[in-house]
Design a protein around this ligand. Structure first.
Ligand SMILES: NC(=O)c1ccc[n+]([C@@H]2O[C@H](COP(=O)([O-])OP(=O)(O)OC[C@H]3O[C@@H](n4cnc5c(N)ncnc54)[C@H](O)[C@@H]3O)[C@@H](O)[C@H]2O)c1
Length: 213
């Protein structure tokens, strides 16, 4: 019985084969290996066990799901956010800190990424608890609904310098702060991954996001 992901992969492969018949011989061998020799879940669990993953903006939204996913796959997760109280926005009424409490693989920290001191403290607490860092995900950010409450959007003319300063401090400088604080250990062991989450809005595809830097 194939999992949903394997079914999707099969369908994608079929589409690919329809377009590129030349690679037909590669697919059955690859699928056979994936399904019988190396079941998907085992591969992923083996690869993440013992890995320490730092996630910013982990209290809600995408960061929360990253945290859940990494924990499910056996990683140890350091979850950073400026606020852990449910925001009430977009049905965010779950207390994710409560869900993580008692989980020895999770370290929940209240950290404002616009503060050098708080980010450094978070890095110290991480090393004290888990001894290393393997992955840093810079996910925290201010979406328009947070930057411009209650409407969640304003025009360029209404935008103030301070709005952009807050945005740049929370997205750009915050990423630099966490990289400075958490990457040293990765450099020392010559291994690690840093993932910076961005938005397609930065490409100017959506006129409604032009007031964001
Ligand atoms: N959801 C989308 O459709 C979408 C699309 C494009 C890009 N993004 C980007 O993905 C990331 C996550 O988006 P989301 O929808 O999960 O947003 P979200 O608002 O649900 O979560 C962002 C989290 O970042 C935290 N945060 C903000 N400022 C912080 C600070 N100074 N210190 C610590 N934590 C801070 C917030 O408290 C919040 O928990 C953001 O960077 C966003 O710009 C999201």
């Amino acid at each position: 019985m194939l999992t949903r992901r394997e079914q999707t992969e099969q369908e994608e492969q079929k589409e690919h084969l329809a377009k590129h018949g030349r690679r037909r011989e590669v697919f059955p061998l690859f699928l056979w290996f994936r399904l019988f020799l190396c079941p998907d879940s085992e591969v992923q669990r083996m690869s993440l066990e013992g890995h320490v993953v730092v996630i910013t903006g982990a209290a809600r939204g995408m960061g929360r799901e990253y945290a859940r996913g990494f924990l499910r796959e056996g990683a140890q997760v350091v979850a950073l956010d400026v606020s852990w109280a449910p925001s009430g926005v977009s049905n965010d009424d779950e207390d994710f800190a409560a869900e993580l409490s008692g989980n020895d693989d999770a370290l929940v920290l209240t950290t404002d990424l616009t503060s050098d001191t708080q980010v450094k403290r978070a890095a110290e607490a991480t090393l004290q608890r888990f001894g290393t860092v393997d992955v840093l995900i810079n996910n925290a950010g201010l979406r328009q609904r947070n930057l411009y409450p209650p409407s969640g959007a304003i025009t360029v003319i209404e935008t103030e310098i301070g709005d952009w300063q807050r945005m740049i401090d929370s997205h750009l400088y915050a990423a630099l702060r966490t990289i400075n604080a958490f990457a040293t250990v990765m450099i020392e062991k010559r291994r690690g991954s840093i993932i910076n989450v961005g938005s397609g809005g930065s490409l100017g595809q959506n006129p409604a996001t032009r007031e964001q830097p």
